[in-house]
Design a protein around this ligand. Structure first.
Ligand code: GLP
Length: 256
């Protein structure tokens, strides 16, 4: 049996576990999701994230499903964000990403998977509907987050108000550069996206953040050991009663 050896770091502004490997973080979070599913008879509402960090967790959930350990049939999912201007089947769209890394490998009902609206037409009304659909699902039980190099959560770039709601946002150049690896060239990376707001995210009952690699070390130092700087969206987690970060040694290089 896999033994979790992760260490809770002392004196951080948000509870933070230093993991021996990404695998350890993925195991810990997969275990939380499995327990939530058992407690809820399979009917949980999960908030999902994209980027490189969650891929291993999704692989582990697919493995657990194939081994007959979990079923996601009754689960509702809400993704944090989506690019504007990409077709649903564009390989770099977040819907395509989720299909490839999680949906296809499990028994998730696609009717129960939700993405923020990404069409310019009547966007404000669609964003309000999206927020209502989260409420109608009973709110998000368990929200996964990655973190941008500039401290963004979802696509809430620096200076996003902590009470912001789902809306259109202009992507920071550093975000477009970081995400260019998923596209043929940086010119193809959309300039706009729709993201759940910071306030929307804070309403989830549990928040779990994965941050791996040395590109996250600088922002984690500022958030976990720094002043409460409201321009950094990740700092909003200081206000949440059940938030935790799972970081590897490279991401922890400036604090551990
Ligand atoms: C994108 C997503 C974010 C994610 C970030 C981090 O910008 N919109 O939600 O947190 O990528 O990605 P990675 O895990 O690849 O570092």
């Amino acid at each position: 049996m896999f033994c979790l050896a992760m260490k809770l770091l002392p004196h951080t502004t948000v509870p933070t576990y230093l993991v021996d490997s990404q695998h350890e973080a993925n195991e810990a979070l997969a275990l939380e999701i499995s327990s939530l599913l058992s407690a809820r008879d399979g009917r949980a509402t999960l908030g999902l994230a994209t980027g490189s960090s969650p891929i291993g967790l999704y692989t582990e959930l697919v493995r657990r499903h194939r081994a007959g350990e979990i079923s996601l049939k009754e689960v509702q999912t809400f993704n944090l964000d989506e690019y504007m201007g990409l077709t649903h089947d564009h390989p770099a769209s977040y819907r395509a990403f989720m299909s490839e890394h999680l949906f296809r490998g499990t028994d998730l009902d696609l009717e129960k998977t939700h993405f923020p609206p990404s069409d310019e037409v009547e966007l404000e009304a669609s964003c309000a509907n999206w927020e209502s659909s989260i409420q109608a699902a009973g709110g998000i039980d368990w929200q996964l987050l990655g973190v941008g190099r500039n401290g963004h959560i979802g696509f809430n770039e620096p200076d996003s108000p902590f009470d912001s709601r789902t809306r259109r946002i202009e992507l920071a150049e550093s975000t477009r550069e970081a995400n260019a690896r998923f596209f043929e060239s940086i010119d193809e990376v959309p300039r706009f996206a729709v993201t759940m707001g910071v306030g929307t995210i804070l309403e989830a009952r549990r928040l779990r953040v994965l941050a791996f690699g040395d590109t996250k070390a600088h922002i984690l130092e500022r958030v976990l050991h720094g002043e409460d700087d409201e321009s950094i969206p990740l700092n909003a987690l200081r206000e949440h009663p059940d938030a935790a970060l799972y970081i590897d040694a490279a991401a922890a290089a400036r604090i551990a």
